[in-house]
Design a binder for this molecule. Structure first.
Ligand SMILES: [Zn+2]
Length: 425
């Protein structure tokens, strides 16, 4: 059993709370990417005191990177006494904007009623703090451990991770032999292991028309009406078909076990403020629609795209003057780490010991930085595991429970012990 390790985590509860609050006090709001450098430096300074080597990597040229808003990432590494695998804890340091509806200051790190409140408390500064405490407790109990431990604080996860994990992965920070196992402490709940996520395809569809005077629409060709036909076909054919596709992936919540598609936006025609308060008097000659299609492990992306282009092509044959263009905006393939992967088994052992039950294995409805670890770093022994309730993320009065952070830090410490010392106790 891991009694000394668990006790070492418990002894650090005040430190854990203080660290979480300190991290929340950096308003690392993205966009625009505020306060990344001081937050990364704060984390690096703490770990340097514990003997970690720290590197600060700015993602120059990444979307949003500028001297005013530098995309600064910190990677800290501690090599143990003897060779062995490397376990990497990766957390994003960026948070989404606070928005309205808060009853506490979102960047004060308020502690009350057994919770730490603030923007990013749950997503994911609480998870970052829990991983730091887990690592420090483990190092104190087993100072002679083999292998290596890395902790990174990375930028821009909320906007796709291009200036964060994707950038580092391109530089080799998320590949063997440097790193073997990756744990991302996103708020998936303390007793669940997140194995991956569904796929994503974002696209923009444009229908074409011909401008004419609004009093004589028959002289032009209305692009918005053409888009109406597209939407009608989606309603009649595509949405019902998507709803029938169920996955074997354990996606949560239940509704996300099916294929889904969101219509993100639709815009068409000339200005709505041609004269103050009055729209353009013209027939719209363009209309643009963006879609966000989330797909399953059982679907391949060519088929996913073909379902949409098939409808557009058919309309082109059947509907007079119908013409369109379609542009890919983003694509991410679905991802699922196997349940018998070493990092999954190690964290599962921790959950069994701390909660006396098997973990739930889940798949996230949306993507997160694991995609870059897999696709760019070619490292597949990666999961998301961390404290916090996902539903609280991005909402007013976001909080993380102190007891939840302590318990998940215990799970992470046991996971480390299994991966580095090859023992569950
Ligand atoms: Zn997150």
């Amino acid at each position: 059993m891991n009694e000394r390790l668990l006790k070492a985590v418990e002894d650090r509860v005040d430190d854990l709370v203080a660290l979480t609050a300190d991290l929340i006090r950096f308003p690392t709001v993205n966009p625009p990417g505020e306060a990344y450098a001081p937050c990364a430096e704060f984390l690096g300074a703490r770990l340097r005191k514990r003997g970690f080597e720290t590197e600060f990597v700015r993602a120059e040229g990444a979307p949003g990177d500028s001297d005013r808003y530098p995309r600064v990432n910190v990677v800290a590494r501690f090599d143990g006494r003897s060779p062995g695998p490397c376990v990497h804890f990766n957390s994003h340091i960026d948070v989404v904007e606070a928005g309205d509806g808060w009853t506490v200051d979102p960047f004060a790190g308020v502690v009350k009623d057994g919770r730490v409140y603030g923007r990013g408390a749950c997503d994911m500064k609480g998870g970052l703090a829990a991983s730091v405490i887990a690592v420090e407790a483990f190092m104190d109990v087993y100072p002679d451990f083999p292998g290596a431990i890395e902790i990174s604080g990375t930028a821009d996860e909320e906007s796709g991770g291009f200036g964060g994990v994707a950038h580092l992965a391109r530089l080799g920070y998320f590949s063997k032999p440097k790193v073997d196992h990756v744990i991302i402490p996103e708020p998936l709940n303390k007793d669940r292991i997140c194995l991956g996520h569904r796929g994503v395809w974002w696209a923009e569809i444009e229908t074409k028309g011909e401008i004419a005077h609004g009093s004589m629409p028959f002289l032009g060709d209305n692009a918005v009406r053409h888009m109406g036909a597209v939407l009608q076909a989606f309603e009649d054919e595509l949405f019902p078909a998507l709803d029938r596709k169920m996955t074997r992936m354990p996606v949560v919540p239940e509704g996300a076990k099916r294929s889904t598609m969101n219509i993100n936006s639709i815009h068409g025609g000339q200005t709505e403020d041609f004269r103050p308060g009055l729209p353009s008097p013209n027939v719209p000659d363009w209309c643009r629609l963006t879609i966000d299609r989330r797909f399953l492990l059982e679907e391949d992306i060519a088929t996913v795209k073909g379902e949409v282009t098939g409808i557009l092509e058919r309309l082109k044959r059947e509907r007079k003057k119908f013409d369109y263009e379609i542009r890919d905006l983003m694509e991410v393939l679905p991802l699922m780490t196997e349940r018998d992967a070493p990092v999954v088994k190690a964290v599962a052992k921790g959950i069994m010991e701390v909660f006396d039950r098997e973990p739930d294995y889940v798949i996230s409805p949306g993507t997160y930085d694991q995609k870059h670890v897999a696709r760019i770093g070619h490292l597949y022994d990666c999961i998301a595991y961390g404290p916090g309730i996902l539903d609280l993320a991005h909402r007013p009065d976001e909080w993380v429970g102190i007891a939840d952070m302590v318990e998940s830090a215990k799970v992470m410490a046991i996971g480390l012990n299994v991966l580095l010392r090859g023992t569950a106790g």
